[in-house]
Design a protein around this ligand. Sequence first.
Ligand SMILES: C[S@@+](CC[C@H](N)C(=O)[O-])C[C@H]1O[C@@H](n2cnc3c(N)ncnc32)[C@H](O)[C@@H]1O
Length: 369
Amino acid sequence: MNCEYFGKCGSCTLYDLSYEEQKKFKSDYIKETFDTFGVREFEWRSSKKSHYRSRAEFMIYHEGDNISYAMHRLDKNGKLPIINCPKTDEKIYELMPKLLAYMEKREILRKNLFGIEFLSSKDEILAALLYHKKLEYLWESEAKECAKEFRIKLIGRSKNVKTSLSDDFVREYLDVKEKRYFYNIHEGSFSQPNRGVNEQMIEWITDRISDTKKVDLLELYCGHGNFTIPLSSLFVNVLATEISKSSIYAAKQNATLNAAQNISFVRLSAEELTQAIRGEREFKRLKDIELLSYNFTHVLVDPPRAGLDEVSREFVKKFQYIVYISCSPKTLERDLRELIKTHKIAHFALFDQFPYTQHIESGVILENF
Ligand SMILES: C[S@@+](CC[C@H](N)C(=O)[O-])C[C@H]1O[C@@H](n2cnc3c(N)ncnc32)[C@H](O)[C@@H]1O
C-alpha cells in the first residue's frame, strides 16, 4: 500500500515495513510472547494489502469554510488533515473526497460536524455524521439529498440523539467454503473490520474443530452472530450470548436471514451467563431456555481487549474444547497461562486484520487433556 500520509498519520505505525517484514515483526513478537507455552508454529492468514477496512472513523477538521478528514498525528502533535485513506474499502475510498466536497458547499451539513463513521458491505455504504448541534428539519432535508446523490445510507448523531434517514444497517454476505452467509451489520455495534480476514477466520475455525455432530456449542461475546451462524450447521444446538442489546437484536435477524433454527441468542454478559449455568442466579431472559438440556463440549469466546475475567476464565475450563479468538496478545497470554493447566494448545493462528499497525488478532483452539 502506498499512502501519502505514511510517517505523519498516527493510524499506521508500521508504515516503513514491507508486508513480509510486517509479517515477520508480528510473528516474532507472538513467538516470543508464547514461547513459554511451547508453541513455535503459527498459521498465518494474510490481509489484502490495501482497501481492507470495511469500517473506518475520521475526525473532521475545519479551517474557515473548508473541511477535511483528520487523524491523530504520528508524532502526537495534534491532528493531521487528510483527504483519503487507502486502508478503507474501495467504495469508501472513492466516496470520501466527493462527500467532503459536497458537504463543504452546504453549510447546514458542514457546520458543527466533528466526525464521520463509515461502514460498508460488499454492496452498500452507510455513513454516520457526528455533530455538536441539534439536528433540525432543514438538516434532514439536506442530508436526504446527499444520501440520494451518493446512493448511501446516512445517519445523523447529535448528543446521543440518532436521526436515521433510512435503515441503520448494511446488508453483507460472506463466502466461506462455498457457502454464503447473510448478515445485517448495524451501525454503532461491533463488527469485524477486515472482511477478507474475517472470512478466513470463520473458515479456520470451521476447519479446525471436529467431533461436533452430536454435541452443542456455547458462545460468549457473540456479537451479531458472525461466527455463530456458520458454526451452527456443525452442532446440534447453539446457545450464543452477548452483552449488547443491539447486537443480540441483529443476531436474531441474522439467524432468520440464514434459516439457522438451532441457535438461541440471549442477551447476557459473560459474568451473568456463568452465574446462570452454575445455578447461582435466575434470569427472565432465560425463561424459554432449558440450560441443563444442552450437551456442551465446545465453548467459543471472542472477548474485547480486556480478555476473560477471572470467573469466565475458570468457567471455560470445564469444556472439552475452547476456541479463543483474541485481539490482544497480552490478555491472551495471561488467560492461556491459566487455561494450559487443564488444556493443551491444539492450533494457533494469526489473522492479519490490521496491516501497517502493531495490532494482532489470534485464534487458539485448546483441548482438555
Ligand atoms: C471482539 S467483539 C466479538 C463479536 C463477534 N464475535 C464478532 O466476530 O463480530 C466482542 C463482543 O463482546 C461484547 N462484550 C463486551 N463485554 C462483554 C461482556 N462482559 N459479556 C458479554 N459480551 C461482552 C461486545 O458487545 C462485542 O460484541
